[in-house]
Write a protein that binds this ligand. Structure first.
Ligand code: N7H
Length: 494
């Protein structure tokens, strides 16, 4: 009975985005909201529609390349995507969940992300979870306005997206009275020109995603080489293994997914300075040898800026490899060595692939922790002034979005148990007593304290590199639930 048309498009397929607006709202009139919601639901981009649009965009790009675009005006297809998700407080406000209960059997969602900030080791004040106030933006602290939901509006240009958001706001407005109020509007943009698809440190993003059984292996489709095919229940509530893992979830939650949102500013000039100051000169110079700072950066991420994986090309970038989807993700790590790719490298921490085989099959040790990443960069390009002063003046970074059926296994686990855990991925002792791989240098954190990693130096892999500061610092977020179309039509519409 599984149908893509019942699932919101950003979850399984990903909405097409050059620009994306996150409109965080409060529900001020629940009864009115519920009566108006049926007018929004037909505008929601479902997974089958998102697939069709992706194909149309691909065909459009080919036509443009072949200069057959006589009939097409402008650079982008007028495709706009809309999805909606609710916080626990929002579902309580709508009367869908009784206050103080965990009807979706998802404790982190029920408590909200602010309650998880201490365990996520965000920067802040207070030394226990109860007393902790994270160093977050006002909107996410929710001291004056609770966040009840978020509208995700995506598309080819800001104007298109903004017009659609206005049309949505009009749905929730009758006689000048709106049933929702803005808490915050955040806009992200894909980076310009050649940086398209790269995050602000300069690395290609969005390469490695899990493939989903029943979605990516049907109708002649198959996973890409190196792509893990995971159970549908890793992404969706009420499907596959999620049914046995969470028998107590409210039945209407089926085909929904939990959305973890994080605002993650990045300190780009400071990151670049660190790479220059801490890289070692290369001894054996060879034609096209990368510069030392790029080598250190690649060892921290696990991929070169182009996206080429260190595990395949450890000594120099390889743009052809990077651009070949049949090869750029086709690798496993060597569980006993970090010579080619540091244990602590971001992509190795976040997806250790076969590193954990000695603890059991990947289906049990790694796959439940794979997430669908759907984020977008925000903020301006680094200015000349910032490059010269090596200091961030304008806020920029990543609006991180991930979908998973289980926050405790997905986003929250990756941050706490792997990125923030210097002992992970538990390698064999390479000859040093109490050896630890160190923190994920990109996102690992301990309330802003100094961290360290190993493996930055391929000649002396047990050497420790102090990471003088964090270059990614969370400014807040929330946990949401992205319901099925059926749930939007029934339970949520009152
Ligand atoms: Fe990460 N970066 O630029 O360094 N990430 N990430 N991430 N990330 C990935 O493989 C980055 C963040 C994952 O399957 C790439 O698509 C930055 C959080 C996972 O091999 C790059 C930020 C979490 C993967 C970056 C950030 C994750 C992944 C390689 C914050 C979860 C796939 C491109 C500002 C808690 C791993 C690619 C795999 C890849 C970067 C955040 C998770 C370049 C800058 C918070 C699962």
């Amino acid at each position: 009975d599984f149908q893509l048309s019942n699932v919101q498009g950003d979850i399984l397929i990903g909405l097409s985005k050059i620009t994306e607006i996150f409109y965080f709202f409060q529900i001020t009139n629940p009864a009115a909201f519920q009566s108006q919601l049926p007018n929004l639901t037909p505008l929601i981009t479902t997974a089958d529609k998102a697939t069709g649009e992706k194909e149309a965009i691909r065909a459009f790009k080919v036509r443009k390349q072949q200069k057959l675009s006589g009939i097409i005006t402008g650079d982008v297809l007028p495709v706009v995507g809309v999805n909606i998700a609710f916080s626990q407080k929002g579902l309580v406000k709508l009367g869908v969940i009784p206050a103080g209960t965990d009807a979706l059997d998802e404790p982190l969602f029920a408590a909200g992300q602010k309650s998880d900030a201490f365990a996520l080791a965000d920067k802040g004040v207070g030394d226990s979870p109860e007393k902790f106030t994270p160093d977050w933006d006002e909107a996410f602290l929710q001291q004056t306005h609770e966040i009840h939901g978020v509208l995700l509006v995506t598309g080819g240009s800001f104007d298109m997206v903004n017009d659609k958001l206005d049309a949505i706001k009009a749905i929730f407005t009758v006689d000048n009275a709106s049933s929702i109020a803005e808490v915050a509007t955040l806009a992200g943009d894909v980076r310009p020109g050649k940086e398209k698809g790269h995050e602000h440190f300069g690395y290609k993003d969005g390469i490695s995603q899990p493939a989903i059984k029943g979605v990516d292996d049907v109708d002649g489709k198959k996973p890409l080489p190196g792509q893990t095919l995971v159970d549908l229940g890793v992404a969706l509530v009420g499907r596959g293994k999620d049914v046995e893992n969470h028998p107590k979830r409210a039945p209407w939650a089926k085909d929904g997914s939990f959305l973890a949102f994080r605002k993650l500013p990045q300190f780009v000039p400071e990151f670049d300075k660190f790479l220059v100051d801490n890289s070692k000169p290369i001894e054996d110079d060879f034609p096209d040898a990368p510069n030392p700072a790029d080598i250190l950066g690649a060892r921290m991420v696990g991929r070169w800026k182009s996206g080429a994986p260190l595990r395949i090309t450890p000594l120099a970038d390889d743009k052809e490899l990077a651009d070949d989807p049949l090869r750029n993700n086709k690798f496993k790590f060597n569980p006993d060595s970090q010579e080619m790719c540091p244990f602590a490298a971001h992509i190795r921490k976040m997806n250790p692939r076969k590193d954990l085989l000695k603890f059991g099959p990947s289906e049990a040790t790694v796959d439940p922790h794979l997430i669908l990443r759907r984020g977008i960069p925000f903020g301006p390009e680094v200015t000349t002034e910032e490059k010269l002063t090596k200091r961030t003046k304008y806020e920029r970074g990543l609006y991180f979005v991930s979908y998973q059926s289980d926050l405790q296994q997905g986003f929250s686990f990756l941050q706490k148990a792997w990125a923030n855990n210097p002992a992970f991925p538990f390698p064999k002792n390479p000859g040093v007593e109490n050896f630890q791989p160190g923190f994920d240098p990109i996102i690992g954190q301990v309330h802003g304290e100094v961290r360290a990693m190993t493996g930055h130096n391929d000649d002396a892999t047990d050497e420790s590199l102090p990471l003088e500061r964090q270059w990614v610092q969370s400014k807040g977020g929330e946990y949401f639930f992205s319901p099925s179309i059926k749930a939007l039509r029934t339970v949520l519409a009152g």
